[in-house]
Design a protein around this ligand. Structure first.
Ligand SMILES: Cc1ncc(COP(=O)(O)O)c(C=O)c1O
Length: 401
């Protein structure tokens, strides 16, 4: 048997593409960077170069890399119980469910744990079938995941088309258009699913009142309102799930990404009557809500509360928006809290993101003209200022030079 390759030297930039392409499928494209370690919002590549991570594992590492409390929670839990199946109860799982219920403000809420955002939305879709209805209304441009059910909800043709036929009875309407939503929802609609802000679509914020109107439309027709808070959730936008400003109560909330502080964890939270719809044996997953991921999540929630991060995320988000808005080449800065889409005046997001990476900043070109940033909540003002300065330099080069 050949020895397993362990040293980072063999993974240097020089042979990364070849090694990747000889072992991985093509779905992610070939990465240009191999990361080795991180601390806070800093990460280092295998050649020792440091980056400030303004993407945070796509809105996921909300307490940063190598967070001491999360690492401690994971290792302590691994020393006692790491996996026991869902035949048995465990303290971290129940404690976490209780925390999430409290965040919803509704004691009727009940939690189903899974491992990812797609699975959380699959669970919501299955739950909606138990109403006896089959129809679904979702938004054009929305992203709800890539498994066949979640992909059927996703409103992006490029991601859907290669995999057709998808589920039937799903209509996609213009996001933010109340009249279109009203026309699409009928007495046959089981659920309407909406992101509070469309993250993957390029951080698209709906007009004020949109979610409130969606709530009213769902109430009139008897459809469930599912809020996909996978990207907006866990305090990123300055509230726990991203819909609270509209003063609504959804029937279902789906979360993933940030909740596990970097570990795979998702949840489908059902409120009110629909919290009683799933019956024993109807749904499940082996790893969902395992003790280690739940312990990590509890360490994340404690730190969000102790650090007053909900409030601080709003302040930091406003600072970033105010400083980035006047920069040359920037058309608009969208988003709320620490979910931010920088809209450029032309389709140069890939170039800008690449140049930022060269300067030691990780971002994401979410659309041809949009740079998305979603840093960990622990990002500091000096780090924000460094990012803004690099962003300014890159834009000077791209848009003036
Ligand atoms: C709003 C939203 N829903 C669902 C998903 C899918 O989550 P996952 O990749 O964990 O399956 C994502 C991922 O980006 C998302 O942003």
């Amino acid at each position: 048997m050949g020895a397993r390759i362990k040293t980072s030297k063999t993974n240097s930039r020089g042979n990364l593409p070849a090694r990747w392409n000889q072992s991985m499928q093509l779905n992610y494209g070939t990465p240009t960077l191999q990361l080795e370690r991180g601390k806070g919002i800093e990460v280092w590549d295998v050649e020792g170069k440091k980056y400030l991570d303004f993407l945070g594992g796509i809105a996921t590492n909300i307490m940063g890399h190598n967070n001491t409390k999360v690492a401690k929670a994971i290792s302590e839990q691994a020393k006692t119980l790491s996996h026991i199946s869902n035949f048995y109860a465990h303290a971290p799982g129940m404690e976490l469910a209780e925390e999430l219920i409290q965040m919803t403000g509704s004691s009727s809420a009940r939690v189903f744990f899974c491992n990812s955002g797609a699975e959380a939305n699959e669970a919501a879709l299955k739950l909606s079938r138990l109403t006896g209805r089959k129809g679904v209304v979702a938004a054009k441009g929305a992203f709800h995941g890539r498994t066949m059910g979640a992909l059927s909800l996703t409103g992006q043709p490029a991601k859907r088309n290669p995999f057709k036929p998808l589920l039937r009875n799903i209509r996609h309407v213009d996001y933010g258009d109340i009249k279109a939503l009203k026309r699409a929802v009928s007495k046959r609609t089981a659920m309407v699913i909406l992101e509070p802000i469309m993250g993957e679509a390029g951080v698209v914020v709906p007009p004020t009142g949109y979610l409130k109107a969606a709530r009213e439309i769902c109430d009139t027709k008897g459809a469930l309102l599912v809020i996909d808070a996978v990207q907006t959730g866990m305090g990123r936008t300055g509230s726990w799930f991203g819909y609270e400003d509209e003063g609504i109560t959804p029937d279902v909330i789906t979360i993933a990404k940030g909740i596990g502080g970097g570990l795979p964890l998702g949840a489908m939270i059902a409120l009110g009557n629909c919290s009683q719809l799933l019956q024993p044996g109807m749904h499940g997953t082996t790893f969902g809500g395992n003790p280690i991921s739940c312990s990590a999540a509890l360490a994340v929630i404690d730190q969000i509360n102790d650090g007053n991060h909900l409030q601080l995320n709003k302040v930091k988000g406003a600072l970033i928006r105010n400083l980035i808005s006047p920069i040359i080449g920037v058309k608009e800065v969208r988003g709320r809290g620490l979910l931010i889409g920088i809209v450029l005046q032309s389709n140069q997001s890939k170039t800008v993101s690449e140049k930022l990476q060269q300067r030691g900043f990780l971002t994401n070109p979410a659309a041809d003209n949009v740079i998305r940033i979603a840093p960990a909540f622990i990002v500091t003002e000096p780090q924000i200022l460094k990012f803004v300065s690099a962003f300014n330099e890159v834009c000077e080069e791209v848009f003036r030079g």
